[in-house]
Design a protein around this ligand. Structure first.
Ligand code: MN
Length: 132
């Protein structure tokens, strides 16, 4: 058994520049279990991940604010505190804050994450208008 009191002791908060749009912060909650990475992730309004896939899936537990979760086929929804989001293994998607709200979620990422290009401003705005 291992208990981390809130976050991994001694690990800094990480500003996630290269694979996110905007200044996104990740707090490490679990680091030393093979194939599992757990972070609390904070997105300011308008900030979001690049397009990406998780090798064996990802679970998001939304804790604060309001955001967007969108997949390649255009399915997407607003995400709110209490929502639980599951991305299937290999499902191409992105997630982030709403245009007018920050978002905080806990992310349980399984297997390797494969990062792709940024979500364009046009694609982000279109998704936000459709579902926010
Ligand atoms: Mn993801």
């Amino acid at each position: 058994m291992r208990i981390n009191h809130g976050r991994v002791a001694g690990e800094p908060s990480e500003a996630r520049g290269p694979t996110f749009t905007g200044t996104v912060w990740a707090e490490p909650l679990l680091r030393d279990v093979p194939g599992v990475v757990v972070n609390t992730v904070f997105f300011p309004p308008g900030a979001r991940t690049h397009w990406h896939r998780h090798q064996t899936g990802q679970l998001l537990l939304v804790t604060h604010g309001r955001g967007l979760a969108v997949n390649e086929s255009g399915d997407g929804d607003i995400i709110l505190p209490g929502d639980v989001v599951w991305f299937e293994p290999g499902e191409r998607h992105w997630h982030g804050g709403a245009p007018d709200s920050y978002l905080t979620h806990i992310a349980v990422s399984l297997g390797e994450t494969e990062w792709e290009q940024a979500v364009s401003e046009d694609d982000y705005r279109a998704a936000a208008e459709r579902i926010a």
